[in-house]
Structures are given as structure tokens and as C-alpha cells.
Design a binder for this molecule. Structure first.
Ligand SMILES: [Ca+2]
Length: 158
């Protein structure tokens, strides 16, 4: 009995060590090449949006809504996309509300970087508004959303 147990432990240990080492390697790779690189890209995008907001404000463009209203609208968009299915009408309504480039930039900024509802370690779970839209809408629906922006004279396109 004692002998059998010893043999079992000897057989199992290498597998456990291999699994533990494999897990550690995946974690390290994920940290350096996976999520951090993805998030770094998002931070860069975030900076660009903030700079574009400043440029628009310097040009004298006025936002049509308060920052609190943009935040509420961003939350509405998240609700419209989160989970299975999408409330396209809510997304279109938000696009119609955008009256100039500053508005859409402020909306993108208010949305910021949010955890997408499908967690995919390889692609990263954090996405900005454009990435959420492109993940949740069909190409036709993206076209429609962009058309609504263009109709209002907004140059920004998703
Ligand atoms: Ca969805």
C-alpha cells in the first residue's frame, strides 16, 4: 500500500511541475506581450482623443452637452451593447445627438476604456468606444452610425 502511494506521487509530481511551469510561462507572456501591449495602445488612443478635444476647443468649438451628460450617454451606449444582442436604436440616437466633432470626441473620452463583455485574454478585454462598436455592430450598422455622424457634419468616423 505504502509502496503504491509513493509510485503514484512520483508519477504525478512531474506533471504538476510541468503544468505549474506552463501556467507561469503563459502568465509572463500575457503580461509582457498580451494585455499590457494592448492596454498601452489604448492609452495612446486615449491621449490622442484628449489632444483632439483640446484642438477643437482651441478652434472655438463648443460642446453641445455637459460632461455629466456625455458620461450618461456613454453609460447608455455600454448598456445598449453589453451582453448578447445590441440595442442599435439607442446607438443611432446617440449618433444623431452629436452635433460637431467635439461632441463625438467628448463621448469617446467619456466612454474611455471599458471591459468588453466577452472576456478574451488574447485580444484583451479592455476596449474603447470604437472597439466596442466594431465588436458589437455589423459592418452595415457601423456604416449607418457613421452616416448619421456625417449627416450632422461630424468628420469623426468609427
Ligand atoms: Ca452585445
Amino acid at each position: 500500500m505504502q509502496m503504491a502511494k509513493t509510485i503514484q506521487a512520483q508519477q504525478v509530481m512531474p506533471w504538476l511541475l510541468t503544468a505549474a511551469a506552463g501556467y507561469a510561462v503563459v502568465k509572463v507572456l500575457d503580461k509582457f506581450f498580451g494585455k499590457s501591449a494592448h492596454d498601452k495602445g489604448l492609452e495612446e488612443t486615449d491621449k490622442t482623443v484628449k489632444n483632439e478635444i483640446k484642438n477643437e476647443q482651441n478652434k472655438g468649438t463648443r460642446a453641445s452637452y455637459s460632461d455629466a451628460q456625455f458620461k450618461t450617454l456613454a453609460d447608455t451606449l455600454e448598456d445598449a451593447m453589453a451582453g448578447p444582442g445590441t440595442d442599435e436604436n439607442k446607438i443611432y440616437q446617440a449618433m444623431v445627438m452629436m452635433k460637431n466633432n467635439l461632441d463625438i470626441l467628448k463621448l469617446v473620452d467619456a466612454f474611455g476604456i471599458r471591459n468588453y463583455w466577452i472576456t478574451s485574454r488574447l485580444l484583451g478585454t479592455n476596449k474603447n468606444l470604437g472597439q466596442w462598436l466594431r465588436s458589437d455592430l455589423s459592418p452595415d450598422e457601423i456604416y449607418q452610425a457613421n452616416l448619421l455622424l456625417a449627416n450632422n457634419g461630424v468628420h469623426y468616423q468609427f
